[in-house]
Each structure stands twice: as structure tokens, then as C-alpha cells.
Design a protein around this ligand. Structure first.
Ligand code: NOJ
Ligand code: NOJ
Length: 499
């Protein structure tokens, strides 16, 4: 479903590759790339150019306030032209990553302007009257609150916004800029970052009325708690940098309390999306993509619910197994990219009980672009994490993950691994596990390629039986998720293939 690439996109690819942020130095190749690798890499890179433009076009679009971010441009069927605090926070965190990584000064100026306007707009919507204050889910593009019936509060939003703006403020500080306008330790509510941190610190444990990221369930949610934890940890570090040690200690106390409470999400076999369920959609399967999205957006490199943890891997394996057999489109095992046959894995949805089809509720839900990209990214980040650890301890959960690569995709191991063994960096088994995990991640990347329009356009979802884009076209989050996965892929590829 993808045509050949133009000279312009080749130049853009070159620029993107040159700007690849993660430098692992000159690593020895651990494996030979499969025959389809070049075709897939070319697709990933040209789609990245398209997706970056897709993201930028949805920030401060014409007719809207500077710094507002539309979830998608469509105003009906579905009506997504709102500034959703969560979508915006995830997106601008990604843009801040681009700003930190780029050496192109004109690109940097564009990213910087979007972020500065987003910070100003964020401060505006913190201060206007809205249904749930800093927990309000969405705003009109002029900065006034949406006051129709909606699942409020959604307490992940302020936390994600704080994470995105702390990242930006750190960048500005590294450039010698004063950032007191964004964090003023003297007043708890007068600056954008400080106000969000205070909100998170005071409300993360307030009640179980908060709605989940899918805006359908009340309770306490894994995604929300994980991003609140990240906001408190990074907020404490930043408060110290800003000469506000009392607040730093208070945020650290909250972070510790959140961390200590996370065990409640472990069922013994899967990470639960919600505890203290308080109404809304019921999910007897307990399978929900919000769990691994939380790992991608909120885990820090501290071993706590990182992608290589047993609990996360066990949850991922069940998600894949369930969705693999759910959608008619998942019977396809290959796609063609630039005349090359590339193997694909399953398209993945939010949770098995989903009945939202992109426009309305009532039928079986569809697979989502950002979730399938997210699963690709989990694989790539697993490679980086194992590589950084310098070893793989094969627990039962790791073995189940690797076994699934074989049972589902026929990816075989010539070096056997066994539960209870540790394979050090440089060993043949370690190298093969990394290489096969790369192949696994690429199954999802190729799945995204299969259902992305030939010109690069993405939607929120793909129809579960036709595979065509469905729901909101040009969803900001879909584009951001692709760029994020592509960045992780480039880092993993250096580790596995040496380039
Ligand atoms: C819109 C929400 O954003 C979506 O997540 C939900 O599934 C539908 N409304 C139905 O509640
Ligand atoms: C529906 C999704 O469920 C929700 O997470 C998102 O914020 C909105 N769409 C807007 O993209």
C-alpha cells in the first residue's frame, strides 16, 4: 500500500538520520539485517518526515489560539478539534525531544516557538473557569473550557503537561535562559509547571472519581499513577534546580507514596489497568494498552515497571495473544513495501471489550495506529534496556515473551535460552535475543506501514475487517507515536545491526 519514495524524502531521510539523537558509539554488529530491512527502514524514515509535519500542523492551527493543539482537525464524525490536555502533553513532550536532539537551527526555532506558545496556552487553560480545574480533560481551541457532559476529571493530563514543560524548561535552562515564568517557587499557583506539580501532589490520591485515559472508566488507573509518579520525581529534581527544596521534598514524598502503592495493580498474572473501579466500561479481561503506553510515557530508567520487567512483559504477552486472534485483518502475515515482502504482526486495539469504532460506541472496537506503533516501540526499548543492562536474565516472563516470537511469527532461535540463566552482553544467545526482538518490533512497524495511506496519512484507527483508516484522520497522537517509535527503532538498529 506504499509507493516509492521521492528525492525530497530521501533528503529528508538523510537529515533525519543525521539528527538521530541516541548515539551508541561505534557498536559492533550483532546480527545481519534481514533482506526486507532496507525497504522497511526507508518507509519508517519517510513516514517520520510526514508525521513530524502532521504533528506540527496540529499545533497552533489557523483560526485557533497560539499553542493550542488539536487532537485532530475534524470537527464532525468525529469531533476532535479540541485541545485535549493529555494528547497535547504527550505531543509536546515528543516535540521537546526533537528540540533537544536537533542540530538544525531553523527546525529548533520552529519547535521552540511551538513549545513556548504551548506553555503560554497551558497557563491560560489552567486559569479559566472549567468543570474540573486542572483535571479538566479538554478545551476549545480558543482556550475556553468544554462544558458539555464529559468524563472529568482526568488526572493524567496535568501530570503529562508538567513532564512536557519540565523537559522544555530544562532545555531553556541549558541555553542559559531564565525560566522563572514557568516555575515560580514563591507562589504555588502562579506559574504553569508549579501549578501542575501542586495539583498532582495534592490530588493523585484524592479519590477514585478520576477517569482513565480512554475517558470511560472511573477509578485509579495504572497509566495515570505512572505519569503522576514521573511528574513527582522529575518535579522534585526540577524544584531543586529552581531553588525550591521544600517543594522538592514534598514532591519526593508523594513519589515514594505512589511507588509504594503500585503493587496494588499487580493481579499476580497481569498489570491491572484500573483499581478501585468506580463505574464505567467493564473489562473482565483486564487487558488494556494503557499499561504499556504508561511504560513508554512514564517509566524512568530506574527498573520500576520498565519494559524489561517481568510484570510488564507478562502483560504485553497477553495483550498480543488476545488481539492476534481478534481482528480479521490479522490473518495477513506480510505486506509489500517498495516491491519487497515484509512480514507483519497483529494490529492491536485498546482493550478487547472496546466498543468505540472511532465515531460512536456500540460495535466491536478497532485496532489503533498509536497502540500498534507503541508495541513496536516496546520491542525497540527492550533492546536498548537489555543492552544498557549488559545482560539478560531469562525469567519465566522473558522466556514467555521470546517463545511468543517463535509461536506467533516463526522467529526461531539457534541458541537455546533457558529459564534461570543469565546471558551476558557479547554472548551468542544475548545477541540472538536482541536480534529476534528487533524482528518482533519490526512486525508491528510493518503492520503500521500496511495500513498507512501511501502518501503517509494516518488515522486514529483501522477498520478491523478492511484495514482502511477509520476514526479521526490526521490524529496528532498517531503521528507523534510513529516518530517516537521510529526514534527508538533507530537506536535499537544501531545496537543490533551496527547502523
Ligand atoms: C470518546 C472517547 O474519547 C473515547 O475514548 C470513548 O471510547 C468514546 N467517547 C465513547 O465513550
Ligand atoms: C479518544 C481517546 O480515547 C483519548 O485517549 C484521546 O484523548 C481522545 N480520543 C482524543 O484523541
Amino acid at each position: 500500500m506504499k509507493s516509492s519514495i521521492s528525492i525530497t524524502s530521501i533528503l529528508a531521510i538523510a537529515a533525519f538520520v543525521a539528527g538521530t539523537p541516541v548515539d551508541h558509539g561505534s557498536l559492533a554488529k550483532r546480527a545481519a539485517a534481514p533482506p526486507f530491512n532496507t525497504a522497511l527502514t526507508n518507509w519508517v524514515n519517510s513516514e517520520t518526515t510526514y508525521a513530524k509535519n502532521g504533528v506540527l500542523a496540529n499545533i497552533s492551527p489557523s483560526g485557533a489560539s497560539a499553542g493550542s493543539v488539536q487532537a485532530a482537525p475534524s470537527t464532525s464524525n468525529p469531533d476532535y478539534r479540541y485541545h485535549w490536555v493529555r494528547d497535547a502533553g504527550i505531543t509536546l513532550h515528543e516535540v521537546s525531544g526533537w528540540l533537544n536532539a536537533t542540530s538544525d537551527s531553523s527546525a529548533a526555532a520552529v519547535y521552540n516557538k511551538k513549545l513556548a506558545d504551548y506553555a503560554t496556552f497551558s497557563r491560560t487553560i489552567q486559569t479559566v473557569s472549567s468543570p474540573s480545574g486542572l483535571g479538566t480533560a479538554k478545551f476549545y481551541m480558543d482556550g475556553t473550557a468544554y462544558t458539555g457532559p464529559w468524563c472529568n476529571p482526568q488526572r493524567d493530563g496535568a501530570a503529562m503537561r508538567a513532564v512536557s514543560l519540565i523537559s522544555y524548561a530544562r532545555y531553556l535552562k541549558s541555553q542559559g535562559k531564565d525560566v522563572t515564568q514557568y516555575y515560580d517557587g514563591k507562589s504555588p499557583t502562579s506559574s504553569v509547571i508549579k501549578a501542575d506539580l501542586e495539583y498532582v501532589a495534592n490530588n493523585w490520591n484524592a479519590d477514585s472519581q478520576g477517569c482513565d485515559i480512554w475517558e470511560e472508566v472511573r477509578g485509579n488507573h495504572f497509566y495515570t499513577r505512572m505519569i503522576q509518579r514521573r511528574a513527582m520525581i522529575e518535579g522534585a529534581q526540577f524544584a531543586n534546580q529552581m531553588g525550591d527544596p521544600g517543594a522538592a521534598a514534598w514532591y519526593n514524598t508523594q513519589a515514594t507514596a505512589i511507588t509504594n502503592g503500585m503493587d496494588a495493580f499487580w493481579s499476580g498474572s497481569i498489570i491491572l489497568p484500573t483499581i478501585n473501579y468506580n463505574g464505567g466500561v467493564s473489562k473482565p479481561s483486564n487487558i488494556d494498552a494503557q499499561v504499556f503506553l504508561a511504560v513508554l510515557h512514564a517509566s524512568l530508567e530506574d527498573g520500576f515497571y520498565t519494559v524489561d520487567s517481568d510484570r510488564v512483559l507478562a502483560t504485553i504477552v497477553q495483550h498480543i495473544a488476545k488481539f492476534n486472534s481478534m481482528y480479521a485483518i490479522n490473518t495477513a502475515t506480510t505486506t509489500t513495501i517498495a516491491s519487497t515482502s515484509v512480514p507483519v504482526g497483529p494490529a492491536l486495539g485498546r482493550y478487547p471489550e472496546d466498543t468505540y469504532n472511532g465515531y460512536e460506541s456500540g460495535q466491536q472496537g478497532n485496532p489503533w495506529t498509536l497502540i500498534t506503533s507503541g508495541m513496536a516501540e516496546c520491542h525497540y526499548r527492550l533492546i536498548s534496556t537489555w543492552s544498557k543492562n549488559g545482560k539478560i536474565v531469562v525469567t519465566q516472563a522473558v522466556a514467555n515473551f521470546l517463545n511468543q516470537l517463535t509461536s506467533l511469527y516463526g522467529i526461531t532461535f539457534s541458541n537455546s535460552y533457558s529459564v534461570g540463566s543469565t546471558y551476558g552482553s557479547g554472548s551468542a544467545t544475548f545477541n540472538e535475543i536482541l536480534a529476534n526482538t528487533m524482528l518482533g518490533g519490526d512486525r508491528y512497524m510493518a503492520r503500521v506501514a500496511r495500513h498507512t495511506d501511501a502518501n503517509g496519512k494516518m488515522w486514529e484507527e483501522w477498520n478491523l475487517s478492511t484495514g482502511f483508516g477509520q476514526g479521526a484522520p490526521d490524529l496528532t497522537w498517531s503521528y507523534g507515536a510513529h516518530v517516537s517509535a521510529a526514534t527508538s527503532r533507530a537506536a535499537a538498529s544501531k545496537i543490533v545491526y551496527g547502523a
